[in-house]
Design a protein around this ligand. Structure first.
Ligand code: ATP
Length: 292
C-alpha cells in the first residue's frame, strides 16, 4: 500500500497554488495521473521519488516511511525503491544496452536478472548496441528494463510514450503490461491519452490545479458509467454518417476501422477526432490460425 498525504505550494504561470494530495494506492495497482498542463502531475512524481520535497505531510510505502515532515524523515532518492522512466529516455550514450543495465545493477545483490529483463523486453539482439543506434521505441524498452533492474517497489512513468508514434506506442503498452504483471509492480503513469489510460490503468486520478477533482476506474471517470462489456476497445471517431433511421459511426481502433450503429442523438454528440470506447457485450469471435 502506498499512502500519499502531502502538500506543496507551487509557482504556477498565473500565481502560486497548493498541490494537495491525499491518496492510497494498493500494491500491484496501475494508477494513471491525468490532468491539464501545469496541474502538478510531474511535481507529484518528483515528490514521491524524493527529487522534490513537499512542504509538509507524509509518504508511506509498504509500511516504510519515506517522508514525514513531523518526524523529519526524508529519504534520499537513492534510498527509495523506485524505477523512473521519462519521455526522454535518459540512457547513457557511451554505454551499450547491456552496459546501461549492468550500471543500473551496481554492486547490489537481490536485483532482477538482467538476462531475464533482456528476454522479457526482447532486447537480446540489441544488447551490444549503443543508444544512438536505436529507434525511439527500442530506447524506451531499454529505459523500462533499466528502471526495473533494481526491483523497484514503485514504477513511475512520466509520459514515457508521448514522443512515439501510435504503432510503437501500442507495442510498448504490451511490454509495459507484461512487466507490470510479471513483477507485480505498483505503477503510476502520467498520461494525456484517454485510450492509453483505459487500456492500461486500474485507477485514474484527475488533477486540476493541484487538487484531485475525480478519481475512480477509467470507465467511470471518463464515461460516468461502469461499463460491463466483455470487450472494450479505445478508439477515435473518423466518420459520422447519418442514414434514414440510424447513424453509423466509424471508429479507428489501432489500425482497424469498425462501424458502430447509433441513434441520431448519440451521433450528434460526436465530432471527428473524439476519443471513444467501443464496448461489446456479446462477442462471438471466430478464430483462424495464421500460417507462419
Ligand atoms: N520546484 C518547484 N517549485 C515551485 N513550483 C514549481 C516547481 N517545479 C514546478 N513548479 C510549478 O508547478 C506547476 C506544475 O508543474 P508540473 O510540472 O508538476 O505540471 P504538470 O501537470 O506535470 O504539467 P505538464 O503536463 O505540462 O508536464 C508549474 O506551474 C511549475 O512551474
Amino acid at each position: 500500500m502506498i499512502e500519499i498525504d502531502f502538500t506543496k505550494t507551487l509557482d504556477g504561470g498565473a500565481g502560486s497554488f497548493d498541490l494537495e494530495l491525499k491518496l492510497a494506492l494498493e500494491a500491484g495497482q496501475f494508477t494513471t495521473i491525468y490532468g491539464a498542463s501545469g496541474a502538478g502531475k510531474t511535481s507529484t512524481l518528483r515528490m514521491i521519488s524524493g527529487l522534490m520535497t513537499p512542504d509538509r505531510g507524509s509518504l508511506v510505502v509498504n509500511n516504510e516511511v519515506w517522508y514525514d515532515s513531523s518526524k523529519k524523515i526524508n529519504k534520499k532518492p537513492q534510498e527509495r525503491s523506485i524505477g523512473f522512466v521519462f519521455q526522454d529516455y535518459a540512457l547513457f550514450g557511451h554505454m551499450t544496452v547491456l552496459e546501461n543495465l549492468i550500471f543500473a545493477k551496481g554492486k547490489n545483490d537481490g536485483t532482477n536478472s538482467i538476462d531475464e529483463l533482456l528476454e522479457v523486453m526482447e532486447l537480446q539482439q540489441l544488447e551490444h548496441r549503443k543508444p544512438e543506434t536505436l529507434s525511439g521505441g527500442q530506447k524506451q524498452r531499454v529505459a523500462l528494463a533499466r528502471a526495473l533492474v533494481q526491483k523497484p517497489k514503485l514504477l513511475l512513468l512520466d509520459e514515457p510514450f508521448a514522443a512515439l508514434d501510435n504503432t510503437i506506442r501500442f507495442k510498448l503498452h504490451e511490454y509495459l503490461k507484461r512487466v507490470q504483471e510479471r513483477y507485480d509492480l505498483t505503477t503510476i503513469l502520467i498520461s494525456h491519452e484517454v485510450g492509453e489510460i483505459i487500456k492500461l490503468a486500474d485507477k485514474v486520478v484527475c488533477l486540476e490545479q493541484g487538487r484531485i477533482n475525480k478519481i475512480g476506474s477509467p470507465d467511470t471517470v471518463f464515461t460516468n458509467q461502469n461499463l460491463s462489456g466483455k470487450f472494450k476497445f479505445p478508439g477515435v471517431v473518423v466518420k459520422v454518417e447519418r442514414e434514414e433511421i440510424i447513424s453509423v459511426v466509424s471508429v479507428r481502433i489501432h489500425t482497424q476501422v469498425v462501424k458502430v450503429v447509433v441513434q441520431h442523438h448519440e451521433a450528434q454528440a460526436l465530432a471527428l477526432g473524439d476519443q471513444v470506447i467501443v464496448v461489446s457485450k456479446a462477442f462471438n469471435p471466430i478464430l483462424y490460425k495464421l500460417e507462419a
